[in-house]
Design a protein around this ligand. Structure first.
Ligand SMILES: Cc1cc2nc3c(=O)[nH]c(=O)nc-3n(C[C@H](O)[C@H](O)[C@H](O)COP(=O)(O)OP(=O)(O)OC[C@H]3O[C@@H](n4cnc5c(N)ncnc54)[C@H](O)[C@@H]3O)c2cc1C
Length: 263
C-alpha cells in the first residue's frame, strides 16, 4: 500500500491579513476537484509553497464551494512565513489530502481546548463543530496568542475563552497553564495543539498526574521551538493509522510521531 498522500495543485485566489501575526489564504482552482474533507474538525493538509519541496501542515479552516481556506501564523522566519508575508495571490501551491485526529466520544460531557496561535484555526473549527452538535456539553478554551483575536471564535464560545499572551516571541507557557487547570468532573475530552516540547510535557502530565485515559485527550505538537534545526515534516496520518491498527495507545502513537520528527 502506498503511503504517499494524494496531492492537489491549487491557486491562491485571496490573501487577507487578519491580524499582524495571522494571514488568511484562500486556495481555489480546478486542481482541487476531488479533495474531500474528512469531516474531522481538526483536519489539516500539507502545504508546499512555490520554489519549495518541503511541506508544512495547516488546518483546514474551511473547505466550501471549491475554496480551501487556511489561516497561517506569521513568525520571525520560515518557509511559509516568508511566502505568506508578501502578496501571494496567483501563486500555485500544492496541498495534500486532509487528515484529522480529533476523536471525542459521544459520552463526553465537556470539551477543553488549549492552544497557541498555530492551533487557533483548529480550535475555531472544533468550536463550530461543538456548537452544531445537539446535546448538553460544556466547552472551555485557553488560547495563547500574540494578537487580539477575540472575534475569531464563534460568539457563544468567546464567553468561555481565556486569552493568554505568549511569554516572548516563539515561546509558550501552555504546559504550565494546563498544569494549573481545573478540568470538569466526569467524562470529557481534552484537545491541545502547540509547541512540541510543551505538548510532550502535557501528555505525560495528563496520563501520569491526572490519570486521563488515552481516549479522553489528544495533544499534538504543531511546531518546534528551535533556532536552527527544524523537525522533519512527517505526515502524522500513517503513524496514527499504523499505531491504531497495532492497538497502541494515543500516548505511544504521538510519542512515535515526535520521535519521527526529531530523527
Ligand atoms: C496538524 C498541524 C496543523 C497545523 N495547523 C496550523 C495552522 O492552521 N496555522 C498555522 O499557522 N500553523 C499550523 N501548524 C504549524 C505550522 O505547520 C508550523 O508553525 C510551521 O513550522 C510553520 O512553517 P514555516 O515554514 O512558516 O516556518 P518553519 O520554516 O517551519 O520554521 C522556521 C523557524 O520558525 C520557528 N517557528 C516555527 N513555527 C513557529 C511558531 N508557530 N511560532 C514561533 N516560531 C515558530 C521555528 O522554530 C524556526 O526557528 C500546524 C501544524 C500541524 C502539525
Amino acid at each position: 500500500m502506498s503511503t504517499r498522500a494524494n496531492r492537489y495543485t491549487a491557486t491562491v485566489v485571496a490573501r487577507e491579513q487578519l491580524t499582524p501575526h495571522l494571514v488568511r489564504v484562500v486556495l481555489g482552482g480546478d486542481g482541487l476537484a476531488g479533495l474531500v474533507s474528512t469531516g474531522i474538525p481538526d483536519e489539516w493538509v500539507g502545504l508546499v509553497v512555490p520554489g519549495q519541496f518541503q511541506s508544512r501542515y495547516y488546518t483546514v479552516r474551511s473547505w466550501q464551494d471549491g475554496l480551501l481556506t487556511l489561516d497561517v501564523m506569521v513568525h520571525d522566519v520560515g518557509l511559509v512565513t516568508e511566502w505568506v508575508a508578501r502578496d501571494c495571490v496567483g501563486d500555485e501551491v500544492v496541498v495534500t489530502e486532509p487528515k484529522g485526529a480529533f476523536a471525542m466520544s459521544d459520552d463526553a460531557r465537556w470539551l477543553v481546548l488549549v492552544g497557541d496561535l498555530t492551533a487557533l484555526p483548529a480550535i475555531a473549527r472544533i468550536s463550530e463543530w461543538h456548537l452544531a452538535r445537539p446535546g448538553d456539553r460544556t466547552i472551555a478554551v485557553h488560547a495563547e496568542v500574540p494578537d487580539d483575536l477575540s472575534a475569531y471564535l464563534p460568539a457563544e464560545v468567546r464567553e468561555h475563552t481565556t486569552w493568554l499572551t505568549p511569554p516572548a516571541p516563539g515561546r509558550s507557557d501552555l504546559a504550565e497553564v494546563v498544569r494549573g487547570l481545573e478540568l470538569p468532573a466526569g467524562d470529557g475530552y481534552f484537545w491541545m495543539g502547540g509547541e512540541s516540547a510543551q505538548m510532550r510535557a502535557i501528555r505525560t502530565h495528563l496520563m501520569r498526574e491526572r490519570g486521563l485515559p488515552g481516549a479522553a485527550y489528544h495533544v499534538m505538537g504543531y511546531w518546534r521551538s528551535v533556532v536552527r534545526r527544524q523537525p522533519r515534516a512527517v505526515d502524522p496520518g500513517p503513524i496514527w493509522r499504523a499505531g491504531k491498527a497495532a492497538g497502541k495507545s494515543d500516548e505511544q502513537i504521538w510519542a512515535e510521531y515526535d520521535a519521527a520528527r526529531d530523527a
